[in-house]
Design a protein. Structure first.
Length: 584
């Protein structure tokens, strides 16, 4: 039998006898930040960003943008510069696509790219089933395929290669269907065949045969969906914390976010409580399947954070949000979730429960691993610094004095003539300099209040005790003009402090209070203090804070930008027979 005449009957019989499997060989995705020039010349760096996949006689490189799949078949073993068309001895290729992904020949839907025996280097044909194909047809004008001969990054020895630009609509790809809710990574199914005249060899991969049955295993070529990242990178490693993007966290680890019409703001704000740290699940594009989160405190050695948290994944069958627990394996590794499944908190790297960690400056980083737990090179920008503060501010009413004389526990104070009144010796401090505001006021009677007796805020003390720090004040006597009660009643005086510490959704210590009480009677003359048998006046500290909780509000939203070129529908009357086929 002529070497170029394909034994279709034998091929069909073998395909029918072979067991059907459902384990395509997956090829990771790569976004083509810069589209290669399809001209039969591999220029330096032109295919560097593509995914490399070994072939029996060389290498396959693939990448895509929003409209095209780019393919380089790099046949490093074919060092003979033979012709690439015609019906005689030649070098040729096949790219067989299962356009509807159904693992079966669908006549006039699935497509094969190859050379043609009428001397065209790049045509397409449609399989008809039973080993039959249409004749050679011109591709859409937007699709290109050009042979080349020379050196590439895979080998400096001159050899055969083919460059391709394939229009999505021609291979069954529609970016408009790329949605998070599908739960499936967009992909194409393709088989690659190469034939060399000199030296003589032929192969098909992954399915054997130059024009294989698409029911056999093929390459599952995953498709990148968005141009997130600059050339040579996979984008930012850490997206941010809660509603605070990483670019609004300064080098010292403080949040500074004040954007008009944005739902959250923070100024010189440390982090504390439970922190939803969001990051780049698309690191899987670089071969990573698992990761460890490392934390270095105050410049010390980095150690893995070993914690368990829950996220919610949408169930397309029950239409419910299913809780999914994320726990480290024995080596502290977490799986990178599928970014094309629908998660309630997209890109949640870790819910870091910092309450068991001491206050300080922490630098987070990732260690990456492939599916076999082999280390993968860390991406650029693999660092996020957070100043962690889980210590609330400390307000204290040291003394309440009437007309310069300190009152005491259980005191009954008769307020005399003006200007005699009350002053307060107060302290309000924050161990980590995160004090935000302080106010002093009183309540009495039936939901009545004294109004603000004294207040102060960070805005008046920015960087007073160092960068981002206001430590507060001690033994401050306020107000300047003594406070006078308006009616006889039992009064409770409340000193309230707040901290700038937050968890990316809200403040942790929004109202830490210290309260003292005494009875004030209206009188005349100098007034008096009585009932001081109980010793010096003391108060009560209240921590009104949900210090270690975090909001369940999703911190980031993913959006897949989509665009694709419509099929130009350019056709010509078919003619000729695909390379490697017996003429009908």
């Amino acid at each position: 039998m002529n070497r170029r005449a394909f034994p279709w009957v034998l091929m069909s019989a073998l395909a029918l006898a072979a067991p059907v499997r459902a384990a395509d060989v997956e090829i990771p995705r790569r976004w083509a930040t810069s589209a290669p020039t399809v001209d039969g010349v591999v220029s330096a760096g032109e295919w560097t960003g593509a995914q490399a996949t070994p072939l029996l006689h060389g290498q396959l490189r693939t990448m895509n943008d929003a409209a095209f799949l780019y393919v380089l078949i790099d046949v490093t073993d074919d060092t003979g510069n033979d012709v690439t068309h015609g019906s005689g001895a030649a070098d040729f290729f096949t790219l067989s696509f299962d356009n509807d992904l159904n693992r079966a020949i669908t006549p006039n839907v699935d497509v094969v790219y190859a050379g043609c025996q009428d001397n065209r280097d790049f045509v397409k044909a449609y399989p008809l089933g039973g080993g039959a194909f249409t004749g050679c047809r011109n591709t859409d004008p937007a699709s290109l395929g050009v042979p080349g001969f020379g050196p590439t990054a895979a080998s400096g020895v001159n050899h055969r290669f083919w460059e391709f630009r394939l229009l999505f609509s021609e291979i069954g790809v529609d970016p408009a269907t790329w949605t998070l809710a599908s739960g499936e990574i967009p992909h194409a199914r393709v088989n690659v065949g190469v034939h060399s005249a000199n030296p003589a060899f032929e192969s098909g991969q992954p399915a054997p045969g130059f024009y294989p049955d698409v029911a056999n295993d093929m390459f599952q070529l995953d498709l990148a969906t968005i141009p997130l990242f600059p050339a040579g990178s996979t984008g930012p490693t850490f997206f941010g914390v809660g509603l605070v993007p990483s670019s609004y966290i300064d080098a010292a680890g403080y949040a500074n976010l004040n954007i008009p019409n944005y739902s959250y703001s923070a100024t010189a704000a440390p982090f504390g409580g439970n922190l939803n740290v969001f990051g780049n699940w698309f690191l899987s594009f670089g071969g990573a399947a698992k990761y460890r989160v490392l934390a270095s405190k105050n410049g010390g050695p980095a150690a893995p954070i070993l914690q368990t948290w829950t996220n919610f994944r949408f169930n397309g069958v029950t239409l419910n949000w299913d809780p999914v627990a994320f726990a480290p394996d024995g080596a502290g590794r977490y799986p990178i979730p599928n970014p094309f499944q629908l998660w309630y908190l997209p890109y949640l790297l870790i819910s870091w429960q910092t309450g068991s960690f001491g206050d300080g400056t922490y630098t987070l980083s990732l260690e990456l691993f492939d599916a076999a737990n082999n280390p993968v090179a860390a991406p650029a920008g693999n660092s996020l610094t957070l100043f962690v503060d889980n210590t609330p501010p400390n307000p204290v009413i040291n003394n309440i004095a009437y007309d310069g004389v300190n009152a005491c526990a259980c005191a009954i104070v008769t307020q005399g003539d003006s200007p005699r009144g009350f002053t307060f010796d107060i302290s309000y401090t924050d161990a980590n300099g995160a004090l935000d505001g302080v106010s002093l006021g009183g309540i009495f009677g039936n939901n009545q209040n004294t109004g603000t007796i004294f207040s102060d805020s960070y805005a008046s003390h920015v960087n007073e005790d160092g960068p981002h720090r206001w430590n507060g004040e001690t033994n401050v006597v306020v107000p300047a003009a003594a406070f006078r009660a308006s009616t006889s009643c039992a009064y409770s005086f409340i000193l309230t402090t707040s901290s700038r510490t937050q968890n990316g959704y809200s403040r942790l210590f929004g109202g830490v209070q210290y309260t003292t009480s005494l009875t004030i009677l209206l009188g005349s003359g100098t007034g008096s203090i009585s009932g001081c048998s109980g010793g010096s006046l003391s108060g009560r500290l209240d921590l009104n804070s949900d210090a270690l909780s975090s909001s369940a509000t999703p911190g980031l939203k993913a959006y897949l930008g989509k665009a694709f070129a419509e099929d130009g529908k350019a056709t010509v009357e078919e003619s000729g027979v695909l390379s490697g086929l017996q003429p009908r």
